[in-house]
Design a protein around this ligand. Sequence first.
Ligand code: 9J3
Ligand code: ZN
Length: 264
Amino acid sequence: QAAANPYERGPAPSNSSIEASRGSYATSQTTVSSLGVSGFGGGTIYYPTSTADGTFGAVVISPGFTAYQSSIAWLGPRLASQGFVVFTIDTNTTVDQPDSRGRQLLSALDYLTQQSSVRSRVDSSRLGVMGHSMGGGGTLEAAKSRPSLQAAIPLTGWNTDKTWPEVKTPTLIVGSDGDTVAPVASHSVPFYNSLPSSLDKAYLELRGATHFTPNSSNTTIAKYSISWLKRFIDNDTRYEQFLCPLPSTSLTIAAYRGNCPHTS
Ligand code: 9J3
Ligand code: ZN
């Protein structure tokens, strides 16, 4: 069949393929020392080993307050094996605030596309950002300052700024129903509500979850993150089926809101 979309990577998806612990690509990883970079604290790049499928879209992921890349490392191979270059970073200091984390996400993207050893594998026009807690707050900051980004996913995001009408990047907000550090009522919900109504946006509230649920392998986070990144970084409409119509509440989903059909 004709490949209408030059950016799609990997086989046609199914519910089981997006729930699987690994996708179709074998992955490799390379360590980026903090000593050789500026603007962020180094990290680990996870990427599909094969070069046979051309370039891939990329996503940089920031940890939260006091945390290291190890706290979000599970997302590296989980997302890379689906066909993305994934850069989990350390921040300059573990107490950096969300605005700083946002700038560090952008510095890391620039390093990834311009200087890293895998730069030739990355399509520099197809980039996204993710982060946990203050890294999720930084994810919103990064999207606000770089509207060319194609996907943003804050995971139990934390920020003193509750209003994000400036964001142009399709954004999936993930909150936890039992979060007492960044309660959804004062963080993820107002973040979601303040995003433009015309934006492709969604709100996923995890059921039976805490502020730290994004720090361990989680199938619900993975399947909707994969779908969002595929849909908006790769323009891969094969993943639209998992996003629209909106997922129902379930044992793992306390709430899901969004606008369907998507506009971009
Ligand atoms: O990154 C986070 O976990 C933010 C939540 C937090 O500890 O804020 C305290 C100021
Ligand atoms: Zn604001």
